[in-house]
Ligand binder design. Structure first.
Ligand code: AMP
Length: 412
């Protein structure tokens, strides 16, 4: 039988798991600081939750969703993103009765993309969402939380906040029409992939990685010329507030995001340290989406960050030291060993034993793992009903009774 992992998936262990847990802790801390409540949703949902809101012509819906038919003929999809399941959960559980609702989540997403560095088919995201306000300070608070999390985790990495405003749905529609006309005129020069998107999804052409497409996009109409006064004023206030908060940003008129539901503010945190998959975090407003999903007609805004990409940039990894390694001379002292183990567990002292009745091997392992102490269980200890505690940094040894172990370790 051949055992191999599914293409685009990865196992998380060693330094990565250390980083993942650190990321989680910083996220939990930031969430509780700003009173966001955790909301966990199932890994799969009915497929139609995603297809319409994300856009029938979006890359995710067209090519990337893991969709399968259940035994009762329902179409189910492994969640490719968190915003729509979060909204679905808020509606299902009547959480939108008290607004605004501030929620966050951490968990795996699934997209059948072409795997490469920083791009997986199963990856983990952090999501923060605010439902029920169009106050621009909600946009600011979310950007601030994102900024704090990223700078806490990646203090030495250059991260650039890109922002843009897409205006209202109507503004965006008008803009898309103009963009389609512009690209239609350049049709023969465009890459084949972009040519297919001229009418279905012209915004995506602005994201193309093809050099000729990039050049053509430089002359394309920009969204900022299409947005109405209200959106423009909101955008100006956001920029002004970011300056007051001393959060550097770049206005990026080609930042449009891949999904259909965005409007007004959109933003991304990017870095040059990651290669082509350079976006760490992205988000924006989605006024209208909650209504579209059957909820009340209230606005919303949120962001998602990729845990794998953040982890790839985290340099340091700290090995957690085990307090005590157990070293036993002979299997006849088994009962003592288990008695000590129980004592250590009850007293919250971390321990390790290699299941070897061999003092030397246990000591070598303890040195290798950089343990703080070794508790030795042998003939002398057996007859005196005491234990030898060896301090590994200076080699000192102490003869002590079991009930004194905690006091002794604490004192040292
Ligand atoms: P998106 O939902 O596409 O805006 O993605 C939000 C963030 O999730 C990105 O900025 C990435 O950090 C991360 N991300 C998206 N797709 C992938 C992927 N296929 N593999 C790893 N991380 C991803």
């Amino acid at each position: 039988m051949e055992t191999r992992k599914v293409r685009g998936t990865h196992d998380i262990y060693g330094d990565d798991i250390y980083n993942f847990n650190k990321i989680k802790n910083i996220v939990l801390n930031n969430a509780s600081l700003s009173s966001f409540k955790e909301l966990q949703t199932p890994i799969f949902e009915y497929s139609n939750l995603f297809s319409k809101p994300l856009g029938e012509h979006s890359d995710v819906v067209l090519k990337e969703m893991y969709t399968f038919k259940d035994k009762n003929d329902d179409y189910l999809t492994l969640r490719p993103e968190y915003t729509t399941p979060m909204i679905r959960a808020a509606i299902t559980n009547n959480l939108l009765n008290t607004l605004p609702l501030k929620v966050f989540g951490i968990g795996p997403m699934f997209r059948r993309e072409r795997p490469q560095k920083g791009r997986y088919r199963q990856f983990n995201q952090i999501n923060f969402e605010i439902f029920g306000t169009n106050d621009y300070l909600a946009d600011i608070e979310l950007i601030l939380i994102a900024y704090d999390i990223l700078t806490a985790l990646l203090p030495n990495i250059d991260i650039e906040l890109n922002i843009n405003s897409l205006g209202t749905k109507e503004n965006l529609k008008e803009y898309k029409n103009e963009l389609s006309k512009y690209f239609e005129n350049k049709k023969i020069e465009l890459s084949e992939e972009s040519r297919d998107k001229i009418f279905s999804n012209p915004l995506r052409i602005l994201d193309s990685k093809d050099d000729i497409d990039i050049n053509i996009s430089k002359q394309a109409p920009i969204i900022n010329d299409f947005i109405n006064k209200e959106s423009r004023d909101q955008y100006d206030l956001i920029k002004k507030t970011l300056k007051t908060l001393k959060i550097n940003f770049k206005e990026n008129p080609t930042l449009v995001r891949g999904l259909d539901y965005y409007c007004n503010t959109v933003f991304e945190f990017k870095t040059k340290s990651l290669g082509s998959q350079d976006t760490l975090l992205g988000g924006g407003r989605y006024d209208g989406l909650i209504g579209l999903l059957g909820g009340p007609d209230i606005p919303g805004i949120g962001w998602a960050a990729g845990i794998e990409r953040i982890s790839m940039l985290m340099k340091e990894s700290i090995k957690t030291k085990t307090d005590v390694h157990l070293a036993i001379f002979d299997s006849k002292f088994k009962n003592h060993l288990i008695k000590v183990t129980k004592y250590l567990r009850e007293n919250q002292i971390s321990y390790y034993w290699n299941y070897k009745y061999n003092f030397k091997k246990s000591l070598t392992k303890a040195n290798l793992e950089d343990a703080k102490y070794v508790i030795i269980i042998g003939e002398d200890e057996f007859s005196n009903d005491s234990y030898t505690l060896k301090k590994l940094d200076d080699g000192q040894q102490f003869e002590i009774k079991i009930n004194d172990i905690k006091k002794f370790i604490k004192k040292k």
